[in-house]
Design a protein around this ligand. Structure first.
Ligand SMILES: [Mg+2]
Length: 294
């Protein structure tokens, strides 16, 4: 009798232990699903921006429109060239100006990760980013007009110089060579450690002896330090600078759309600290949304 009792007790304990294991497994699954749900909810803004960038006809048309305007402006600026002794240059940014990194942003979205230099460099080293609408046509138009194209990008010289060159060459983009590809190096930093493109623009004009006739970019810093957030300007001050130079937009500066990321967004997720969790970055974004207070 005693033996049967202990046997039943052992069976009961074994059964309880199995039950507990099952409960733990189920709890872990629920936690994992909740985390995933929270992440999808917090990154919804990215899906909307990405879908627009990857699929909307409006995005396609805006790039075509931007580069049509660029062609007209360049032809006009060439006729009114200021420094006859200088060679002709067009300066273009690369990312979301010439090449489309929508696949990298899609990877960020699905992997639940914020941007990091290591994943960005890995993507860049694949050298598979495709040209954006209108770019190949415009760059060849500039070449045919007698203008050299300089690719001025804040991709890091090391390790992205060779793969970026390879990416540009893959699509036969004109002037894809060592002279015309100017990536970010330590010498481009301000005393405060921030990166600016101004030194490279001045080098093209003064050291290499070109007149820059047109600039294309998806961020204000692609055009002039007056619009660069690193100079410490607030949103309102930069908008004031845009108003001051308003006649240059569409004539000297061609701005292209980027709803996915930009300096303006880094300002909102204060300090641009991309090591924060996706949920925390989302709370910073939400705090900045203005709304109707009825
Ligand atoms: Mg860019």
């Amino acid at each position: 009798m005693k033996q049967i009792f202990f046997l039943l007790l052992a069976l009961g304990l074994f059964s309880c232990s199995r039950q507990n294991e099952k409960i733990t497994v189920l709890q872990n699954r629920i936690d994992s699903l909740q985390n995933k749900l929270q992440w999808y909810q917090s990154s919804e803004h990215l899906s909307q921006a990405l879908l627009w960038f990857q699929h909307s006809p409006e995005m396609h048309a805006l790039y075509v429109q931007g580069y049509n305007t660029a062609k007209q402006a360049l032809a006009c600026n060439l006729k009114n060239k200021q420094y006859k002794e200088k060679k002709n240059a067009v300066v273009v940014d690369i990312d979301e100006t010439i090449l489309n990194n929508g696949l990298y942003d899609g990877w960020l979205y699905f992997s639940g990760k914020a941007y990091s230099d290591s994943s960005w460099n890995a993507w860049g080293q694949d050298a598979i980013a495709e040209p954006l609408p209108g770019t190949v046509d415009f760059l060849n138009f500039a070449k045919d007009l007698g203008c050299e194209v300089f690719y001025v990008s804040n991709r890091k010289q090391n390790p992205l110089f060779e793969p970026t060159l390879q990416n540009l060459k893959k699509f036969n983009l004109p002037f894809a060579d060592e002279k015309h590809l100017l990536l970010k190096t330590d010498t481009d930093k301000t005393p405060a450690g921030k990166t600016t493109k101004e030194k490279r623009r001045l080098r093209i004009e003064n050291e290499l002896n070109y007149e820059i006739l047109l600039l294309c970019g998806d961020q204000m810093a692609d055009f002039d330090d007056a619009f660069d957030i690193i100079s410490g300007g607030t949103e309102e001050q930069i908008k004031d600078s845009i108003n001051t130079y308003k006649e240059k937009f569409g004539s000297r500066f061609i701005i292209l759309p980027n709803p996915v990321y930009c300096d303006w967004l880094d300002q909102i997720v204060k300090g641009g600290d991309r090591n924060n969790s996706v949920a925390h970055l989302d709370s910073l974004r939400k705090a900045k949304v203005e709304r109707w207070k009825n």
